[in-house]
Design a protein around this ligand. Structure first.
Ligand code: ATP
Ligand code: MG
Length: 249
């Protein structure tokens, strides 16, 4: 386990320890020996798998009387929140080559310390195909999922634009950069079509995009709204067919 030095980090004269280590122990009981053996096999594999932008804390495990005990470095940090960190987790764990990765993408399983993401739920590592990882990601993040740079899942906005060239260029930039949408130029009677809803002019489209943006902001909890504000945004958005057709929050 890593030994941490407190000297220099803490100027408080009452906090005088100099060397120490933080560890956390997780004990698990399984309903069958088969399940226990599966997780032990997964942990064995995890100990030699390589990750590049995600840190696996140092860990040790043992089985004692059918109880699996994992002891690992305690990571003192915050749960991941930023889009950047979600991008890293998506690229490294969901879009990863092969069929071995994490099976749970909830933000509480990722702790950011010194701008590095540490994955802590070690028993959630296992055999999971890309399609199932994508499904788990969709289930966990819903409307927030399309904001991830390389996301190509079912929640990605599908935008068809039939507006003037100038509007097309501006809207394309907005839709791709802010919403990570798929954008296509078409010649139709409508001004724009987002998933299954059509919009007759820029104003109508912007009203809709503003709502989507608010909804994403709420889902990301960057600037937590009050309960009532959250309910109002969801109510307004629920009235649009795009939301009905694609999302359950
Ligand atoms: N190494 C660690 N460093 C810091 N905190 C940890 C560590 N391991 C676990 N925790 C804390 O304990 C919580 C639960 O851990 P873990 O995810 O392993 O358990 P779990 O049974 O999967 O729980 P959950 O269903 O909430 O994810 C984490 O969200 C985190 O707050
Ligand atoms: Mg967990």
């Amino acid at each position: 386990m890593k030994i941490r030095q407190n000297v220099g980090r803490c100027k408080d004269p009452h906090n005088s320890w100099e060397y120490g280590s933080f560890t956390i122990k997780k004990e698990m009981v399984f309903s069958s020996v088969k399940k226990l053996e599966k997780v032990v096999g997964n942990l064995k594999r995890l100990s030699w798998e390589r990750f590049y932008n995600i840190v696996i804390p140092e860990f040790e495990y043992k089985v004692d009387d059918h109880i699996l005990e994992i002891e690992m470095e305690y990571i003192k940090g915050d749960y991941m929140k930023s889009i950047h960190h979600h991008n890293v987790v998506y690229d490294e764990l969901v879009a990863r080559d092969g069929d071995w990765s994490w099976t749970d993408y909830a933000p509480r399983n990722f702790i950011v310390k010194d701008d590095r993401i540490h994955v802590i739920d070690l028993d959630s590592f296992g055999y999971i195909k890309f399609e199932d990882r994508q499904k788990k990601w969709d289930q966990t993040y819903g409307i927030f999922a399309p904001l991830i740079r390389s996301y190509r899942g079912k929640n990605q906005l599908d935008a068809k634009l039939s507006c003037s060239d100038l509007d097309y260029l501006r809207l394309k930039k907005l839709l791709v950069c802010v919403f990570n949408a798929k954008v296509e130029r078409v010649e139709e009677k409508y001004y724009a079509k987002i998933d299954n809803s059509t919009y007759d002019n820029l104003e109508q489209l912007m009203v809709h995009l503003r709502l989507v943006y608010n909804c994403i902001k709420n889902a990301m909890d960057l600037n937590p709204p009050s309960h009532q504000q959250r309910k109002n945004v969801l109510k307004e958005l629920r009235e649009t067919s795009w939301y009905k057709a694609t999302h359950v929050l």
